[in-house]
Design a protein around this ligand. Sequence first.
Ligand code: PMP
Ligand code: GLU
Length: 397
Amino acid sequence: MIRISSLASSVLPSATLAAGAKARQMKASGIKVFDFSLGEPDFPTPPHICAAAEKAIAAGHTHYTPVNGIPELKSAICRWYKKYHGFDCTPDMVIVSNGAKHSIHNTLAASLNPGDEVIIPAPYWVSYSDLVQMTGAKAVVVPTTAASGFKMSPAQLKSAITPKTRMLMINSPSNPTGSVYSREELIAIADVMLGTNATILSDEIYEQLTYGDAKPTCIATLRPELRERTITISGASKSYAMTGWRMGWTVAPKPLIDAMGNIQSQETSCPSSVSQYALLAALDGPQECVAEMRKEFLARRDLVCEKLRRIPGITFPTPEGAFYAFFDISAYFGKTIGGVAIKDSLEFCKACLETAHVNLVTGSAFGAEGYARMSYANSREELEGGIAALAAWLGKA
Ligand code: PMP
Ligand code: GLU
């Protein structure tokens, strides 16, 4: 029998991707599924970005590039941070990778040793704990509650810190909760980190998707003393509807970027050449496409909040960013819905998909049992139809 390593045996498939695959299978067999599982914009990639990629192919940019990315893209990323966050970074502080997930993996691989502790506030994005575990480090999960808007307090952070703490992973706007920390809240978190020698990994991939008064904050700009210990990760998937192009980046102090470059050179040589030219056009080109998508996401957010909250027992704080609603389903635990006994989020989401044909992701995948996540990166018609199907199914409880 073929041997599987202990590392691979310990890794589970990404719960979000697995949920997406299950719905795809059902759809292929002719079943109408309301698929709210994947966090993937349903919009096409804006035409000027696609045109830049076609131009890059025609110009012969179809070979290996420098390991950390083409110089003009790294400069564009620096210009972008200067323009939107007043963050002065230089191209030698930037590495472009094949998606922000890849950026996170490389960052963790270049930063952590076995036995190190990484503080992760929960609910957290599904891959964080698994990627940390793959390095041999330990995820120290800090649970937060809906009452605090799913935000970790400075006191909670303080009490999770030990001599082994190497890193805090923070994600605002958040997947799965949509919560956005204010600048003041992040300054208070940064100040706790000042008292340690651990690094901050700030995943800001949803920064262009905030609603109402919520504003994104680039943590690297908050405290000059923390600049040398802050890692900023972002990517094109969410803001520019570019999930399949696989473009993510890391901005960090040069020694870490160099170490990540060594790993990336052994692992994948460079990020995709054509996608880099597409990302360059996305960052340097007109930004109206982002504003239009944000406007539509906001309308969907309002629709989802209004409709979901009409369902008895379903509660959640209003998401202020990203494109997810993370709602409490625990009122249905211990009940029977359409003949199926529900005791946890796994059974809830399984029965919901199989019976109501509505695909959600379990709260447990995000380190928060008792909840389910709905991605509203889907059309208003689908959202209305799906929430009606969910309400009808729950009406049988
Ligand atoms: N971070 C968060 C919080 C995410 O939701 C995602 C979604 N895929 C990623 C990182 C990775 O994105 P990608 O690899 O598509 O750039
Ligand atoms: N980040 C998205 C999600 O949470 C895409 C899937 C993934 O990369 O896990 O659904």
